[in-house]
Ligand binder design. Sequence first.
Ligand code: KMH
Ligand code: ZN
Length: 270
Amino acid sequence: MEKLIITAALNGAEVTKDAQPNLPITAEEIAVEAEKAYKVGASIVHIHARKEDGSPTQDIEYYREIKERIERRCPVIIQLSTGGATWHSAEERLQPVDLEPEMATLSTGTCNFGNNVFMNSQEYIIKFAEKMKEKGVKAEIEVFEPGMIANAEYLVKKGLVEEPLHFDFVLGVPGAMPASAKNLIFMTESIPQGSTWTVAGIGRHETSLAMIAIAMGGHVRVGFEDNIYFYKGELAKSNAQLVARVVRIADELGREIATPDQARKILNIK
Ligand code: KMH
Ligand code: ZN
């Protein structure tokens, strides 16, 4: 099996400091958290920017500051969010792509997202893919529902995204596809041959889906964006603590951990 790529989704747009006091908010906090996660085995960090008051922002200047601070600290792959929060406009969400990060997310369909709707119309999807192609940014296709896979294949047909595709199956968001082994297997069997994939299990499903993905040869995303607990009722101390657990499980299952450079090769990042 290929080496295991671990993504640390450090903060997300929705989690609050009240819910998780160790949530990184400022650029410096995010950079420190990224370095800690890298040191224990993360090869990608998935980033959302926050304003000083903790609210999510897609402002390019916040992302610039975060990216520069992480780059000064470690060689981890930086993946910026184009998902933002459900209330951000497409124009706001696209700003981080102008920084030409190695990777950015690309959600290929609309779904319910708790009490909100995460809007990704065909017009948005095409616009986002065009911009990412123009800037040479590798897309991680964020898939919350099965139909989003077909929408990604459409982008390939239009020449907007190059194969091999890399998918992130986000399972367990309230209102979208539930987290289960059956659903994960269905998703992995539905993507084009030669694609790579990772799984982000939401909440209590994070570790169980990670274990299944490691055994199947997939890759894993963990972090406060998806889950704030280490055990039931016990908050995680850091994103690194969640990454370290995945590294231990992988070791038991005989999966080696990919360095950022090895992850770049596996993901075909130029
Ligand atoms: N915050 C969600 C509405 C992404 O980062 O690309 C969208 C999201 C996906 O988190
Ligand atoms: Zn995100």
